[in-house]
Write a protein that binds this ligand. Structure first.
Ligand SMILES: NC(=O)c1ccc[n+]([C@@H]2O[C@H](COP(=O)([O-])OP(=O)(O)OC[C@H]3O[C@@H](n4cnc5c(N)ncnc54)[C@H](O)[C@@H]3O)[C@@H](O)[C@H]2O)c1
Length: 256
């Protein structure tokens, strides 16, 4: 899918970190962007800075009706949606068993609710809209849905049972969803970042960050613009679908 001034993107979690970097990348490419996030303050700042071709919706992705309303609001503003990035997510830590107790099941459920159910709502309502698009090129493409997984889906650290399960669920959804939606001209991809420097990862202790960086092939965390560029590649290449792709600087985590 070629990105033009007519291309419309819907991005949850677009008020911070990886989602925000993708908003900026696609906006700089000339497209129209809709941000759906709970952080109204950050969305207002981004809107004020980008000035045009950007709208924002206060949206908690765990609430289906709020996701639906944000998708409908985007369509009202821009006429349709061509690509969706479900980037809203949380990273949680709660060990199955430790000297302090056992796994916090409410946290487990909340992690699944935001990371899995929230992404599913985005996929459902964006797919309905995308299927109504006329083909945007001679190959019949109408839209692309991108989930944000994590290398933790395959290499979860201690305490990451909930987080890893949620990201593994997204990877598992990709192929059947791509098969379901292929006939409608819609692609589905899951992007799995390694360690990136964002507000989410800033909360980690310095020592942990250092060890995680040492497990990459280039001894550093990724930058959000590198993630955004990868998402853009997935949007632009019409043969990428039904797959989960890592962007991780050659990460192979040791058993920390
Ligand atoms: N940063 C990393 O190293 C890393 C690595 C692997 C995967 N990821 C994934 O990338 C995604 C983005 O992470 P980030 O590092 O940019 O984090 P971040 O904390 O900087 O941004 C997350 C955004 O999601 C929003 N959000 C959280 N819960 C929400 C909800 N219920 N409804 C709507 N919006 C909500 C927040 O307001 C925030 O703007 C997440 O899914 C995360 O799991 C990040």
């Amino acid at each position: 899918m070629r990105i033009t001034k007519d291309t419309v993107f819907f991005i949850t979690g677009g008020a911070s970190g990886l989602g925000e970097a993708t908003v900026r990348e696609l906006h700089a490419a000339g497209a129209r962007v809709a941000i759906a996030d709970m952080n109204v303050e950050r969305m207002d700042l981004i809107k004020a800075e980008l000035k045009e071709r950007v709208v924002a919706f206060k949206c908690d992705v765990t609430k289906e009706e709020e996701v639906k309303a944000a998708v409908e609001g985007t369509v009202k503003e821009y006429g349709t949606i061509h690509a969706a990035l479900a980037c809203a997510g949380i990273a949680t830590v709660s060990p199955t068993l430790s000297s302090k107790g056992s796994i916090d099941l409410n946290l487990f459920k909340r992690t699944m609710d935001i990371n899995v159910n929230g992404s599913m709502y985005v996929a459902k309502y964006c797919a309905i809209q995308m299927s109504k698009n006329p083909a945007i090129n001679e190959r019949g493409e109408k839209g692309v849905i991108i989930f944000v997984s994590s290398v933790a889906a395959e290499e979860g650290q201690r305490g990451q049972v909930a987080y890893s399960a949620s990201k593994g669920a997204l990877n598992g959804m990709v192929l059947p969803m791509a098969r379901d939606l292929g006939r409608f001209g819609i692609r589905v991809v899951s992007v799995a970042p390694g360690i990136f420097e964002t507000p989410l990862s800033h909360s980690m202790p310095e020592g942990v960050k250092k060890r995680l960086n040492a497990d990459t092939a280039i001894n550093r965390a990724g930058q959000p613009d590198e993630f955004a560029h990868f998402v853009r590649m997935c949007i632009e290449n019409g043969y990428v679908t039904g797959v989960h792709l890592r962007i991780d600087g050659g990460t192979k985590f040791s058993n920390l």
